[in-house]
Design a protein around this ligand. Structure first.
Ligand code: SAH
Length: 217
């Protein structure tokens, strides 16, 4: 298959898997995933699976990126917080679908690479921060949407507090020892006035959310 057809083949695969939101599919189609993966994995950039990135982390499977993006029910006016920038791929997919993406990463080298990709793609509505995302982003709250792209055992209340009423938070919740990888599920929390509702979605396998900063940051 020639390179130019790979994004189309990926979109067809995602449609078969049940991703039907045209805006989400179009954002995925327009985001060159080969820019977000390391050199040795270029040939697999459009295959529908997760790949390793620097600092022992992973870029999520396109199906999962598409699925969570659909679940966020984005609107062009939304301000979205992503915790776990990683390669920047998920943030780049969110950017054309909302007003602003605020993304936090604890590994500075990953964040630097992601920032260079956002600049090259002229994604000027992504704001980055190096830090511990478990505290959220107090200066920019409240958010319409919050997405965690690393797994937590429990969604921290501080993050739910940074959601607007009516806001949606999506997070992988559960254990992350290798033998327990399928014990995680995506959870969708909707904040209503004074309460929250929670829905368990599909099983997933994300890297763990790690508190604090690594030594090099
Ligand atoms: N969204 C990414 C994939 C993320 S992998 C992409 O599209 O490529 C999860 C990321 O979360 C990793 O890069 C990891 O370093 C980061 N992470 C883990 N714990 C964190 C924390 N407490 N604060 C910020 N980032 C964190």
């Amino acid at each position: 298959m020639s390179e130019d057809h790979r994004p189309i083949a990926l979109i067809m695969a995602l449609r078969k898997q049940g991703i039907l939101d045209r805006r989400v599919l179009s954002a995925i189609e327009r985001t060159p995933r080969e820019m977000f993966v390391e050199q040795p994995f270029q040939a697999s950039a459009y295959e529908n699976h997760a790949l390793p990135i620097a600092c022992g982390q992973t870029i999520s499977q396109p199906y999962i990126v598409a699925y969570v993006t659909e679940q966020l029910e984005l609107d062009a006016k939304h301000r979205v917080l992503e915790i776990g920038t990683g390669s920047g791929y998920q943030a780049a997919v969110l950017a054309p679908l909302c007003r602003m993406v605020y993304t936090i990463e604890r590994h500075r080298p990953l964040l630097k690479d992601a920032e260079a990709r956002f600049a090259a793609l002229k994604l000027h509505n992504i704001v980055t921060r190096c830090g511990d995302g478990l505290a959220g982003w107090a200066e920019q709250e409240p958010f319409d949407r919050i997405l965690l792209t690393a797994a937590v055992v429990e969604v921290p209340q501080i993050l739910i507090n940074q959601l607007k009423p009516g806001g949606i938070l999506v997070a992988p919740v559960g254990g992350f020892a290798p033998t327990e990888s399928i014990s995680q599920h995506l959870v969708k929390i909707i904040r209503t006035d004074g309460a929250t509702t929670s829905e368990t979605l599909i099983p997933v396998a994300f890297v763990p959310m790690v508190p604090g900063l690594p030594r090099e940051a």
